[in-house]
Design a protein around this ligand. Sequence first.
Ligand code: NAP
Length: 311
Amino acid sequence: MSAPWRIGLIGARGHVGGELLRLIAAHPSLELAYASSRARAGDAIATAPGQVFEDLSPEDAAQRQADLVFLALPNGHAARWAAAITAAAPRTRFIDMSADHRFDPDWAYGLPELNRKAIRGAQRIANPGCYATAAQLAIAPLADRLASPPAIFGVSGYSGAGTTPGPRNDPEQLADNLMPYALTGHVHEREISRHLGQSVHFMPHVAAFFRGLSVTVNLCVDAPMTAAQARALYEDAYGSEPFIRLDEDAPQVRAIAGRRSARLGGFALSEDGRRLVMVCVLDNLLKGAASQAMQNLNLAFGLPEDTGLAP
Ligand SMILES: NC(=O)c1ccc[n+]([C@@H]2O[C@H](COP(=O)([O-])OP(=O)(O)OC[C@H]3O[C@@H](n4cnc5c(N)ncnc54)[C@H](OP(=O)(O)O)[C@@H]3O)[C@@H](O)[C@H]2O)c1
C-alpha cells in the first residue's frame, strides 16, 4: 500500500462530508475513490472533476477498492458499513465520524493531542465529538488535580445539528434565541467522562450562528494555584501543538470559523486560587470533525500530521 491512497467517503452530502471532500482534494497523497450520497446521486462533485456522487449500499461499497473509508453518517449507521466493507477487504482502514465507536476499545480514539500514540498506524479510528474535543482540551491539563466534576457550558452553531431539518437547525426558531438541550446525559458528557477518566457535567446549547462552538469550563482544583502555574500547565501540554493556540484572554467563536485549530484561553482564577475558568473555541466542522479526521488519517498512514492542513 503506497501513496496516492484511495479514499472512500460514505455520507458525502452532509456538513462533515462536504468538509472532508475539500480536505481530500487539498491533500497531496490522497485521491477520492468514491463518495456516496443517496440524495445527490449523479451530481458532479465540485472538488473532484469528472466524478459524481453515487448511491451505494454497504455491499456496493465493499466491492470498490479503497485504502481508507470515512464514515460520515448519522449515529447508529456506521457499524453495518464497516462490517460489510471489512468482510470483503479486511485491510481497509476506517475513520468513523459518528459516536458509534467512541466507546469501543477496538477503535483508537482520535484526539491526537491527547492520544497520539494509539492513533499512529491505527486501522480503525473513532473521531471524537466536536464538543467532546473542546471540553477535553480544556480539562486535560488539570484532570488529575480536580476537586469536583468540571461543569461545561457549551454553545454551538447550528451546523452541529446536521442537515436533517429539526428545531436545532431551523434558523427561524433560532433567531434571537439560545436553545438549551440534553442538559444531562448528552452522549458527549459520557464521551468526555470516559476518555478523561473523570466525571463531568455538560450543558449544551445551540445558537443562531452556522459554524463554530464555544465551551466555558469551570474547574475546581484540589489545591490553590497561581495564574502563572495554571498557564504553565497548559503551555506544557500544548505549547508545541500545531493545532492548538493558547490565548491569555477568553477566545471568541468568531475567530475560528473556517480554521483548523482550537483556541484555548481565559485563565480566570478565583481569588483563593481554587477555581479556574477556561474557554475553548473551535470550528465544529473542522477541528471538531473533518480536519481532526485528517490529522488522524495522516497519523494512520505515517505521514506528518499536518500534511494537507496548511493553516
Ligand atoms: N455537524 C457537526 O458539527 C459534527 C461534528 C462532529 C461529528 N459529527 C458527526 O458526523 C456525522 C455526520 O454529521 P453531519 O453533520 O455531516 O450530518 P448530516 O449533515 O446530517 O449528513 C449525514 C450524511 O449521511 C447520509 N445519510 C443519512 N442517513 C443515511 C442512511 N440511512 N444511509 C446512508 N447514508 C445516510 C446523508 O446523505 P444522503 O441522505 O444523501 O445519503 C448525509 O450525507 C454524524 O455522526 C455526526 O454526529 C458532526
